[in-house]
Write a protein that binds this ligand. Structure first.
Ligand code: G6P
Length: 609
């Protein structure tokens, strides 16, 4: 993953680059660095840790120059350290580059270059490229040597390169790691995603795999790696800067949890025809005929998006009667999935850049499946590589732990269920009931959010426990796993998400007074069985936090603490039950003094396999 930003124009590059890095920090924050062409020798600063550490290192220095590149890192090769931070340079220090991705054949290249006398300063794969360009540049022009070097490397990259000898340009290249070029007036900014660009311009070009951009202050051109000119379409990005900022919340994660009523509203807006009990998903219009004939759906995704897929499986099988499998994208291509032309593969991805998910849809495409996407980031690679899809419209999600994208994904899966269900025999009355209830969900989420103070108290009470068991049945089994993932991610607490019925086949052995359980226990078709599970835990001295339906006073007799959610249709309860679990994880993380927006070792968008 990692975040890349580059600037060329009339303004001082350094402050713009640092500001861009701060916006990209969610992509990785092991270390950061900046290189600017200006003054006699140019400037290079690198620091292990977050962007703030880099800023501290730069201090009051005024970095001259209007051309520069910068990077925030999520380590793949080489531990986080000042030396392993980007930008990396060749032996002379003329060439500096930042890289997102993995160069798979770096060891063999490195050996050759060392034989030719190159001295390496870091353990990274990326540094190899700087030396390779230097070496090739001895025999050919600089631009040509970049194209040649790219042909020699195997792996993935998003790259930005500058050269002291040709200071009027940035060369950027993409293969497998995202890059967007922002087009300003007399200035350009290249970055891993638009959040680092929108402050400067809303006009962007998405680079495709195998493309190289040569960017000068007053002009740019895009070529293929084979050095053929390419025409690119300029897109207008409609995200506002305000949307990408915290707006008074202590953390992006909290802001995004509170944005969920709006995110669900935005996901369903204009897509429900209530009186017909139908959903209209414009993005799927082009493949409507194929979709009608689909006999099997495979959902591929990772992390939180995977758990959304699991809820989708329950919805689609119960109401649309389509067999559904949900696969970890990272496992999908190592199996021999049975796919044919009547299979639809749906990729669910907030970022639209997750490498495993991308690899999975490419594999499915080769096998002839119809490829669909539920993606939040407009113009992202997955969005572009699917045959058709639905955008979430949830706005930028910055907190590393996904929250609003999840409820947005669930809303779209409910719409898809409605659409496919009504094509396959769902009654008008059932369709109308789902449509009507889905429209109420934003208000119902608001009611859950109003209990934030109560949930904070509960979180404080449980913040010191080291282990948790999260349990749920049917629609809420995936929510148990998502709840456990949330608390793991941001509070570094060990948590297991389990199907309530499976608890007695193993996890119950862990239960004692120091191992609390979080039960998702709404009044649904499996309520009584859930209560039996709670009794089994209670009998072994385990503490219980229950997520229950408003008005369920009985549950207080068994659970130590209860958080209430409003009554809704069973298939839509996950949209409500996940909210207290997000808040619980958030408040436990805060109580422990952790940086919940940037949990250790994680990254928002994992663009390596
Ligand atoms: C990373 C993030 C998770 C996210 C997962 C899938 O692991 O930390 O929050 O759920 O990637 O990301 P995607 O962008 O494909 O939904």
């Amino acid at each position: 993953m990692c975040g890349i930003v580059g600037y060329i124009g009339k303004q001082k590059a350094a402050p713009i680059l640092i500001e861009g890095l701060r916006r990209l920090e969610y992509r990785g924050y092991d270390s950061a660095g900046i290189a600017v062409l200006g003054g006699k020798r140019g400037s290079l600063f690198k620091s292990v840790g977050k962007v703030a550490n880099l800023e501290e290192k730069i201090g009051d220095r005024d970095i001259p120059g209007t051309v520069g590149i910068a990077h925030t890192r999520w380590a793949t090769h080489g531990k986080p350290s000042d030396n392993n931070s980007h930008p990396h340079q060749d032996c002379t220090g003329d060439i500096s580059l930042v890289h997102n991705g993995i160069i798979e054949n770096y060891l063999e290249l490195k050996k050759d270059l060392e034989k030719q006398g190159h001295k390496f300063k870091s353990e990274t794969d990326s540094e190899v490229l700087a030396h390779l360009i230097e070496e090739l540049n001895k025999k050919m022009g600089y631009e040509e040597s970049v194209f040649e070097a790219l042909k020699k490397i195997r792996g993935t990259y998003g790259l930005a390169i500058i050269n002291r000898k040709e200071p009027e340009k940035i060369i950027a290249a993409r293969s497998g790691s995202p890059l967007v070029l922002g087009i300003g007036t007399g200035e350009f900014i290249i970055a891993s995603d638009v959040s680092a660009i929108i402050r400067h311009t809303q006009q962007v070009i998405y680079l495709e795999d195998g493309e190289v951009a040569i960017i000068k202050a007053d002009d740019f051109e895009v070529r293929t790696i084979k050095n053929k000119a390419k025409n690119k379409v300029i897109t207008n990005v409609d995200w506002s800067l305000e949307k990408a900022e915290k707006q008074g919340y202590a953390h992006f994660m909290l802001k995004e949890i509170f944005e969920q009523p709006e995110a669900v509203e935005d996901a369903i807006r204009g897509r429900i025809i209530a009186e017909d009990g139908m959903a209209r998903l414009g993005g799927l219009q082009a493949v409507a005929d194929k979709l009608r004939k689909v006999e099997k759906i495979i959902i591929v995704s990772c992390g939180t998006s995977y758990y959304a897929g699991l809820v989708g499986e329950y919805m689609l099988e119960e109401y649309a009667g389509v067999p559904v499998e949900v696969e970890y994208a990272s496992e999908f291509r190592y199996r021999k999935p049975i796919i044919d032309r009547k299979t639809a593969v749906i990729a669910i991805s907030q970022s639209g850049e997750t490498a495993d998910t991308l690899a999975a849809i490419r594999e499915a495409k080769n096998k002839g499946a119809l490829i669909l996407g539920i993606v939040n980031t407009v113009g992202s690679t997955i969005a572009r590589e699917t045959d058709a899809g639905v955008y979430n419209h949830a706005g930028p999600e910055i907190g590393v732990a996904s929250t609003k994208a999840f409820t947005s994904q669930l809303s779209i899966l409910a719409l898809l269920t409605l659409m496919l269900g009504r094509q396959r025999g769902m009654s008008l009355v059932t369709g109308q009931r789902i449509a009507k209830e889905l429209k109420r969900i934003p208000k119902l989420i608001t009611r859950v959010l109003e209990q934030d103070k109560e949930i904070k108290k509960i979180a404080k009470k449980y913040a010191q426990y080291r282990d948790f068991l999260y349990l749920g049945r049917k629609y809420n089994f995936p929510i148990a796993t998502e709840g456990a993932l949330k608390i793991k991610e941001i509070s570094y607490v060990h948590a297991e998400g389990y199907a309530t019925g499976e608890m007695k086949h193993g996890p119950i052995a862990l239960i004692d007074k120091d191992f609390p359980s979080v039960f998702i226990a709404p009044r649904d078709s499996v309520y009584e069985k859930t209560i039996s599970g709670m009794q089994e835990i209670k009998a072994r001295g385990g503490k219980i936090i229950a997520i229950a339906t408003e008005g369920d006073a009985e549950i207080k007799k068994i659970a130590d603490d209860v958080i209430y959610i409003p009554k809704t249709l069973e298939m839509l309860t996950p949209l409500l039950s996940v909210v207290p679990l997000q808040l619980l994880a958030y408040f436990v993380g805060v109580a422990k003094g952790l940086d919940v927006d940037k949990p250790r070792n994680l990254a928002k968008s994992v663009t390596v396999e």
